[in-house]
Structure formats: C-alpha cells, structure tokens
Design a protein around this ligand. Sequence first.
Ligand code: GAL
Length: 608
Amino acid sequence: MMQLGVCYYPEHWAESMWAEDAAEMKSLGLSLVRIGEFSWNKLEPKEGTFDFSWLDKVINVLDNAGLKVILGTPSATPPRWILEKFPDLLAYDEQSQPRGFGSRRHYCFSHKGYKLLSGQMASRLSKRYGDHSALYAWQVDNEYGCHDTIRSYSPLAKIAFQNWLSEKYKSITELNRRWGNVFWSMEYDDFGQIDLPNLTVTEPNPSHKMDFYRFSSDQVISWNQVQLKAIRSHSDRPIFHNYMGRITEFDHFKLGEPMEIATWDSYPLGFLEDRSDRSESFKHKYQYTGDPDFQAFHHDLYRGVGKGRWGIMEQQPGPVNWAPYNPEPAPGMVRIWTLEAMAHGAEFVAYFRWRQLPFAQEQMHSALKRSDNRPSEVLKEIHLLRKDINKYSSVQKRKAPVALIFDYESQWAWEVQPQGKDFDYFRLVYDLYCCLRKLGLDIDILPPNGKLLNNYSFILIPGLFSISNELSQALSSYKGEILLGPRTDTKTEDFYIHSDSVSKLMQLPIKLDQVETLRPSETRNIEGVGTFHTWIEKLKVQDEFVPPLIHNQNKTYIGGWPDEKTFISILYTCLDRAGLQPQLQEEGVRLQNGFVIDYEKVSFELLK
Ligand code: GAL
C-alpha cells in the first residue's frame, strides 16, 4: 500500500518540539520522514569536529513514534569552511564567472577533493545509521540540476573535460577527424589546447558542445557513484536521488541504473508557471490545478528510471515561493495529486515540508503546518488520504500497452543544434505523450536501449538523435507498431548528417532532401496529412517529393511536427493497426490504471 511521508528539518526547531511533531505526523497517517539533506554544518561544524548527537536523538524520536526515516546525505550544501578549505570548489557559469556562496549547490562536480569529502561524509552516516531499524532508505545529495548546476565552466571542469576527451578519442588526430575540425581551421595539436565550449565568437563546433554535455552528465554520475559506494559499504537499505521536473542536463537512466528506487519532486503549480511551454490561456485555466499531463509524464518517466520502484519525495502542499506567481492549489487538489501518483504506481508520496519556516530563503513556502505551528488547511485533505489509499489498495496494476522512448542525449543534441528556435526535444516528446493521454492510454517511458520493447503493442520514437545498434536490432525483430520521426536517427553519434536515415528506418528508397523550420506564426497544411508547424522535412522518392507521412509494414514515419489534431489522427491509425482502442477524453480528464482523474472537476474515482 502506498505510504505517505513528509520532509522535516529538525535542525531548524527546538529539540523540545520534536516528540510532539513526530506524534502528530504519526496521527496524520504519515509513516516516512526525510531528514538531514542540508545539515552538513550541523554534523561537522569545523573540519574534523563531528556532532551526530542531535541526529541520533531525532532518529530515536521518530523511531519511538513508529515512523521510518529517509536519510539524506548533505552534499548539496557545502558549508563555508569547506570553501575555505577548497577555494576552487565553486562551479562556474557559462560566462566563466564563479557562482558564489550564500545559497546552495555551489560546488563543481569536477572538484575531486569535495567529491571525496562527500563520500567520506556519506560513509560516516552509513556506518552510524546504515542498519538502524528505523532507516527506510537513503537519499544521495538533493536535486542534481536544480538552479542550473550540471554544467560548470570552471578551470577544474576544463582539465577534467580534456582528460575525458583523451580517454574517449585516444589520439588528437582521431578527435580532429570525428569532430570535423578541418572546418574553420579548428584542428588541435594536443588535448591540453581544448577549451570548454563557451565564450567562443560564434557557435562552437556542435561535436565539441555535445561532448561537453556528455561529459557534464558523466561527471554527475561519477559523483553520485562515490556516495553510493560509501553508503553500500555499511548499509543494505535502498538508495535513491530526488529528481526534478523537466531537468534534462544529465542522463537520469544512467544515473539511476545502480539505485533501487527513483523519486522526484512534484510542484505542479510551480512547474506550470516556471517551466511550461503552454499558452497563457492554458496556464490561466489550470493555474490552480497544474497541467493535467506534466505530473503524469514525470511519474511515468521516473518509474522507468527506477525500474518500477519510485516515489514522490517532495509534493507541493500549497503555494511555493519560487515561481513567478504562486497561487494556492484548488481545494482538494493536493489529495488528487497524491492519488494520481498512486494510480501511476508510486510507493510513497511525501510532502514538502512539515512546518513553514519564519526565516531565510523559503519563509514564504507553505507547509503542512504554519510557522506558528497552527495546522494548514491542507491537513484536512491529508487526513482523508489514508482512507482513500486503503479503499483503492486492492486495485491491480495494469500493463501499459504503449511505450514512448525518451533520450537525454537527444535533448542535448537538439539544444546544440535546434536549427529552428522552437525545436525542443522535450516538447516534441511531451506533445506526443499528451496526445496519447488524451486518447485515454497508459504509457511507459523507456530509455533508448531496445530492452523490453516486446512488452508493448505500440512504440513511439520521436526525434531520437541517433539510433544505436542495440535499438536498431531490437526494432528489427519487434512485431508491434512503431511510430518514428520527425528528425529520428538523422545524425550519427559523432554528429554527422546520417544521409540514409529515413530509407534505413523505413526500408524504402526515400531520401531526406531538405529540412525547413518555421516561425511561430507559420503553419503548413499538407493535403491528406494535416497541419505542421516548427519543423518540416522534404522527403523524396527518386525525383518526386512525397508527403511527410510514410507507412511501410509495421512502421510509420512523420517528417514534420504535426499540430495536436494531426498528431491525434495519425495516432488513431497507428493504434488501430496495433489493435488498441483509443477513447478521446473530455477536456481535463485523464485515465490511469483504471482511474479517472478530472483536473477540471478536481475529482478522482475508479472507472465504472
Ligand atoms: C525543491 C528542493 C527543496 C525546496 C523546495 C521548495 O526543489 O529540493 O529543498 O527548496 O524545492 O519548493
């Protein structure tokens, strides 16, 4: 049965409040409490001077109340003394300026000394608490990528990048050849001459930038692994990281691979205001409920990252403090978001945070309790949830019939070379996801490695930069329906044009002749196909242009970015061939695992 939890910062409150807080959490029906993730300075106020006594007490208080603990490693907030110890610790922004101390996430992933120190802290925590009966799981660090912190342009990152390149290419001649450095006389004589791809006069070589993006993702993965190893040497409890909404600068599938669970932090109203491409009228309409698909997309994505086990580590409980506008969720909405996560298979949902703080950066962020300890309105909804969860606990998990492939490298590739300002990979995949949801389908999101395809009747592969050999092989033996394009497999891994892309994918003598990108005010109607925007491919068979919608055996290729109506009509045809029965849902209504979630009526029920 899905559990409920909360994020708690005992270090902000008097010790005399802890036991009462814990009792209250328990009586609310919460069972998990996350603590510790920003508390380095409390644990080690001076280098080598440790104080775990307060954490010992907190864990015992929570344990005595019958609560389980999720313990966070505190590496997202290196205290000031660590900066004194490592003056080169800071990450640098794209203008090559250091990012200062005074908030959080100021460290550079390429700093070896801090990486080691974080591993040692994780190891100390694990040694002390790793087999505590109250310990449910570990969280490593906090929200990689939050505040734009994956790509650092620091002097240390430059050296690490040069080493990474030398590992990858072995010889500088090979790098020059594969990057195509003969263009503009960009050849290097030595790996030590290669700068980071910022501050160039005009755009840098796309291969250079792409490799920097790959390197930056690898740095996070290797950073995370140090703490994983440290924790594992003393503890057998599950480990996870708390991912975010629409953060694509590192490969979550690769980072998540060695961890048992994936979690993410869901702030539906904050995300709608802060990181959505939706129109103003859409935002207006859903300002109190959130986008009906955004949460679902990330539930499905992180379920894939977690290989089935996933949860919400931070759920928005009321207005946040960080979006341009911070409305209050519609009455009942926090309950609906929680139940929606359950419908997608969440193992737990935890609210951020227990009590609103009267000081510092997040003092305007709501919580389950107000800063003077009065209960927030939302507690009434949370009270109801135990009963709801009980009631639905016997509903069996259904198998999703459709899988959508999502690839972080493709996001980087089309950021490096969008060709048209509005070509955004996330948005393309998300558009298709939303259309599938409007058709009432459950969806799994998979990495591009070709595994598990045979579990589905229909696979969608939009905009995948380069199809690997493993995926290509898996696709050749796959019997279900496949939807490809636009822009799928149009480059080699080295960022060269792949001139056989469409003909190879479709096994037809079709050439991609030219691509065209359109300004936002422009659309193109193509007879018999529908309306396209943003991106159009000119496809040719011998000397004849053909419409950008091609079908052969079990494959369909779309050579452009269709509007919603066109996407839906193409999907109807594919789904019909796949033997699936789509059902167009009413505005704001979504289905998941046999539940109906209505974002307009703010309701959740079992499908009759
Ligand atoms: C998350 C973060 C939390 C807190 C929260 C506020 O992104 O993990 O520490 O800052 O946002 O909404």
